[in-house]
Design a protein around this ligand. Structure first.
Ligand code: THU
Length: 159
């Protein structure tokens, strides 16, 4: 038997260690939590996606009485950006969550469906999307969505 190791590299950065543009992206994600429609979970998530030309598109989670109809903040931001500027590859996404009257101390990470959706952009544009996960104790930085979703299915096996 041969064992295959898959390593994910995550950096933990304090606010003063983030670049100005990353800090701006994180602040936009935090601000987007205020636009969350989350009457069922009361869990307000904000996302901000930066495109190659520097434009930032924001999204927040949008829930529905028929639960599966709702959408995560990450896909709200991502699909919004793709619909407006399909020629621009995404370069980074920041995510923040607000619950119980405060931003969470530990970062939240995108769900599997959001990882899969974002992975498609990395395949489509041949790009890396840096992932910034905000928590009050620090921001996790991961260099690509593919790192967050090892052993991916990206359609390349299809004829
Ligand atoms: N949610 C997001 O928007 N992004 C995540 O990364 C995790 C979960 C939303 C979905 C739902 O509206 C609420 O948070 C609770 O799961």
């Amino acid at each position: 038997m041969k064992e295959i190791q898959i390593n994910v590299s995550v950096s933990l950065l304090m606010p003063d260690e983030l670049s100005a543009s990353d800090r701006e992206l994180v602040e936009r994600a935090k601000a987007m939590t205020r636009n969350s429609y989350s009457p069922y979970s009361h869990f307000q998530v904000g996302a901000a996606l930066r495109l190659a030309d520097g434009t930032i598109y924001g999204g927040s989670n949008q829930e529905n009485a028929a639960f599966p109809v709702g959408l995560c903040a990450e896909r709200a931001a991502f699909f919004y950006a793709q619909a407006q500027a399909p020629e621009q590859p995404p370069v980074a996404i920041a995510i923040a969550a607000f619950s119980g009257g405060a931003f969470l101390a530990k970062p939240i990470s995108p769900c599997g469906m959001c990882r899969q959706a974002l992975l498609e952009a990395e395949t489509r544009y041949g790009c890396h999307i840096r992932v910034l996960l905000y928590g009050t104790e620090g921001t996790y930085v991961i260099n690509s969505v593919r790192e967050l979703l090892p052993l991916t299915f990206d359609g390349s096996e299809m004829a």
